[in-house]
Design a protein around this ligand. Sequence first.
Ligand code: ADP
Ligand code: MG
Length: 249
Amino acid sequence: MTVLSLSNVSKSFGGIRALSDVSLSVPEGRIVGVIGPNGAGKTTLFNVITGAYRAASGEVVLGGETITQWPSWRIMRSGVARTFQNIRLFASMTVWEHLLVAQPRQNALWRNALPVSWADAEARTRAEDALTFFGLEQYRDVIARTLPYGIQRKVEMARALTAKPKLLLLDEPVAGMNAEEAADLRTLFRRLNERGLSILLIEHDMPFVMTLCHQLYVLDFGALIAEGTPDEVRTNPLVLDAYLGTEAA
Ligand SMILES: Nc1ncnc2c1ncn2[C@@H]1O[C@H](COP(=O)(O)OP(=O)(O)O)[C@@H](O)[C@H]1O
Ligand SMILES: [Mg+2]
């Protein structure tokens, strides 16, 4: 089964071709990585998948349904959750509040306006599970934005999990983290994956990507230049040239 597939997706901003005929797929239960230099179109890819941007051409299929024209909220409700490259947390909310407000509540706007303490029991259970999974219990009532960077990133991931996604999109989840924090996250992502969650992950940290992902895609100037297992990609001359070469330089 394929959770997500893109066929020939293109997206431009003015004269910049951010995505050019990109085709890729995420098989169910896999961790798929997207790598490539800065400006390659990786975040744009996530924005197109989640409906934040509309593809100019091509098709996005989620669980057998064509979602290319769907609004963001509908895609999220269909089982896609994401984290952002830059932290996006609310200024005055505790960790616990973040975990409650992220959850879809029957799309009733008035319910979203209710105090979070009124949130239903199921939402609370999901929030509790996410809190425990990421080891955030001790920060529960702390204003999220006052926490150290690595913890804030975990809050965002926990928040994404409360939506009960079938596909999790992570945009540079270990950027700015030290080796120990990255190793900790690798373990957590593996555990999530073992529970059946499919993951599409953008990341610059090569050892992290190579040891975590089952499958990799390499973007360069908006186009895919390689795909395969980490070993295949690692030894691909195009990749060495476009990406690993520039890294080393
Ligand atoms: N909203 C936007 N408006 C204009 N240009 C954009 C926008 N988003 C991305 N781009 C451009 O598209 C290209 C790809 O950007 P991005 O997807 O953020 O790359 P990456 O995440 O791989 O670093 C870049 O040239 C970037 O400047
Ligand atoms: Mg990016």
